[in-house]
Design a protein around this ligand. Structure first.
Ligand SMILES: Nc1ncnc2c1ncn2[C@@H]1O[C@H](COP(=O)(O)OP(=O)(O)O)[C@@H](O)[C@H]1O
Ligand SMILES: N[C@@H](CCC(=O)OP(=O)(O)O)C(=O)O
Length: 377
């Protein structure tokens, strides 16, 4: 379906067979920061309507910390990582209990999926998440996804759930992504600024990024602010998925394709979801420096990175970990999944495939990064 106009994008969202809905902490909480059961119930009712009409619905919900800090006796959201992680462990269960009860009123079951950026980097884990989500949807369950805050390491985490939701949309091959927050739409500048204008339709999110002023979170409970929401809209757009951003109270109309919030048109046909995952989710663990010939080949977009064209390896990583591929001047060319552990690579540098086979054995006669595991940046 062509999606050049706002009406076409809205129609595509209304007709989505599979839809990922992301709700931020700021939309599930009262001004005190505590979870607001009434808002959660209203959201569940809107999603239940969509699910009962036959759509496959995945909910990416923040709110574990918001749900946990009150019952633990804290007056505000904890600031240190260890207490946040403990609070999320308590709050995640409470959050799910509320969703379970809210969806049960409509005869709908929910299932919890907690994801860390780290365990989805590896192909095996990635496929596990994909398979489980697919099966839950086949069973008519509404999967409720959050980052596994209690176990995520601080260095490698999504932090906000915005980018996670775009990656989940990719993973389940969603037809639409709905980002629900505490503002009714994207504005040309933070809505508190005089003169900020509401934007109803963004035909090309990549081009639009330069035209809007966005800030991080202002609510005190949200994490990424508008910056990560636009990043999510961009990931969706380049994955061929239309998106809409609006307030949680507009969830129903947004899912029906009504002209609420801001609609984002996809900017290109759907790409491989795994490649997107490599490109956006995976935090590189090291760097492979390509010589000029290899850099040229990688830039061309269709070549694997061979040991013959690698000048240097930096960092400590295992086979399957994400790495940067840089040129000799230190510019990032691509991200990819390493085919070997970092300590195996030095002996391979500069050697052709024939030499690798002869001197090191068959198991080394492979690209350092295979083109299927490589995404240009
Ligand atoms: N250009 C903009 N348009 C709309 N909102 C913006 C913009 N720039 C910053 N914001 C702010 O982003 C906030 C939403 O982000 P956040 O608090 O992280 O929400 P969530 O918890 O839903 O992820 C809004 O409250 C708004 O004040
Ligand atoms: N995973 C965290 C949510 C992080 C967060 O606040 O995200 P968001 O509200 O989407 O910016 C939680 O459940 O508390």
């Amino acid at each position: 379906m062509a999606m050049d106009t706002e009406a076409e994008v809205r129609r595509a969202i209304a007709g989505a067979q599979t839809v990922v809905v992301k709700v931020g902490s700021s939309s599930l909480t009262r001004s005190s920061g505590h979870l607001d059961a009434a808002r959660l119930n209203a959201l569940a009712a809107a999603l239940a309507q969509t699910a009962l009409m036959g759509a496959r619905v995945v909910l990416v919900s923040s709110g574990a910390i918001a749900a946990g800090f009150g019952p633990l006796g804290f007056v505000s959201r904890p600031k240190d990582v260890a207490t946040q992680q403990a609070t999320a462990a308590v709050g995640q269960g409470l959050l799910m209990a509320q969703y379970e009860a809210a969806f049960a009123r409509f005869g709908i079951r929910v299932g919890q999926i907690l994801i860390t950026a780290e365990d989805t980097i590896r192909p095996q884990q990635y496929r596990n998440v994909q398979r489980t989500l697919g099966r839950l949807l086949d069973l008519g369950v509404v999967p409720i996804v959050n980052e596994n805050d209690s176990l995520a390491s601080n260095e490698i985490r999504f932090g906000d759930n915005d980018r996670l939701s775009a990656l989940v949309a990719n993973l389940v091959r969603a037809d639409a992504l709905v980002l629900l927050t505490d503002v009714d739409a994207l504005y040309t500048a933070p809505p508190s600024q005089p003169g900020a204008r509401r934007i109803g339709f963004v035909p090309d999110v990549v081009a639009a990024l330069g035209d809007v002023t966005v800030t991080g979170p202002t609510s005190g409970v949200g994490t990424g602010g508008m910056v990560t929401k636009l990043e999510a809209a961009r990931v969706a757009a380049v994955s061929g998925i239309p998106a809409v951003l609006t307030s949680a109270s507009n969830a129903g109309p947004a899912l029906m394709g009504d002209p609420v919030g801001t609609a984002f048109a996809p900017v290109k046909a759907r790409g491989s979801s795994r490649r997107l995952w490599i490109g956006f989710a995976a935090e590189p663990r090291g760097t492979l420096v390509a010589d000029s010939g290899a850099a040229e080949a990688v830039r061309g977009g269709r070549a694997s990175l061979l040991a013959a064209g690698v000048l240097e390896v930096r960092g400590d990583f295992s086979a399957g970990d994400p790495v940067w591929i840089d040129d000799e001047s230190g510019n990032h060319l691509a991200r990819g999944l390493a085919g070997f552990d970092s300590e195996e690579i030095p002996q391979m540098l500069g050697r052709t495939t024939v030499q690798l086979k002869r001197f090191l054995g068959d198991e080394y006669a492979h690209p350092v990064v295979h083109r299927d595991n490589l995404v240009l940046v």
